[in-house]
Design a protein around this ligand. Structure first.
Ligand SMILES: [Zn+2]
Length: 288
């Protein structure tokens, strides 16, 4: 039987072909290379899978080596493809959001020819599936949409640059927007969303600003990729879902008229096992 594994900094999530799910806590070993790799190795071979897809939160090469993972320092430089081979299991290793994009296409949007998936939570990641294949670029690092600049000399981003899309459209981005609007009050993302739901004007304004930047970022991406489907997902989008109904209209208005006719905006329905589902889809579509 095949399975998909989503390797994150706090949890490793596993989704089996028959729908069985597991969630293993790994934060305690996320800085210890030896311990983390050993835990991952156990999870890979557990249940004797025939094929495994692995989605990793971090820069991952086409050969399956993690170049750098900001959230899982223990994985920097780790050759995950080699781990699979050492266990005698064939499989795929991909950046998590690229895998997630493939899952969106495979399970929910098989009619799409060019699907752009944007996941927003702690950070902002994206993936692109063209004619049923994940577009990875030359090194495997394509679609770093979170780090294209939407404001010159803007807010500081987690990558060290200023004005990146992620600096506005992420949990920390929304928290910072709110803090500025409310003259210094620090709230967590879910508290801002809760206040907005209760009618708090500052919280609602912060979400509007978040959406303004998201519209710019998505407009740039639509102009470059000309997708037929834009799928928004990730934990923060899920929380903000009731405020996002006008995103398609806003985006269509911002985008040039011709490519604007070609796409539909949708919301991911797959929740927290989204990236594991994408990794499983990669293992299932075994000619890829
Ligand atoms: Zn950045």
């Amino acid at each position: 039987m095949k399975k998909g594994i989503d390797v994150g900094g706090s949890f490793i999530k596993v989704l089996w072909e028959d729908g069985k799910r597991e969630k293993v806590y790994v934060r305690n070993v996320s800085k210890n290379k030896e311990a983390f790799v050993e835990r991952l190795r156990e999870i890979i071979r557990e249940g004797n899978p025939t094929k495994v897809g692995i989605a990793v939160a971090g820069f991952t090469s086409l050969e399956g080596v993690v170049y750098r993972s900001p959230n899982i320092p223990a994985l920097d430089g780790v050759d995950i493809k080699k781990l699979l081979l050492e266990e005698g299991i064939s499989g795929f290793v991909l950046n998590d959001v690229s895998a997630g994009a493939f899952g969106e296409w495979y399970y929910d949007h098989r009619d799409s020819r060019n699907l752009l998936f944007v996941a927003i939570g702690t950070g902002l990641g994206a993936g692109f599936v063209c004619e049923g294949r994940v577009f990875l670029g030359s090194c495997g690092s394509a679609l770093e949409l979170g780090h294209h600049i939407v404001e010159k000399d803007g807010e500081l981003c987690s990558c060290g640059r200023r004005g990146c899309l992620e600096a506005y459209c992420s949990s920390y981005g929304l928290e910072r927007i709110y803090k500025k609007l409310s003259a210094g009050e620090s709230l967590k993302d879910y508290q801002i969303v809760l206040r907005a739901k209760e009618g708090d004007q500052k919280a609602q304004e912060a979400i509007e600003t978040f959406k303004d930047y998201l519209t710019i970022g998505l407009m740039n991406a639509v102009h470059i990729f000309n997708p037929d489907r834009v799928v928004l997902g990730g934990g923060l989008i899920q929380q903000l879902r009731e405020f996002m109904d006008d995103m398609e209209t806003r985006l269509k208005k911002a985008v040039e008229a011709f490519p604007s006719q070609c796409f539909k905006l949708d919301f991911s329905k797959c929740g927290e096992f989204c990236m594991a589902r994408g990794a499983l889809a990669l293992a299932l579509a075994d000619d890829r």
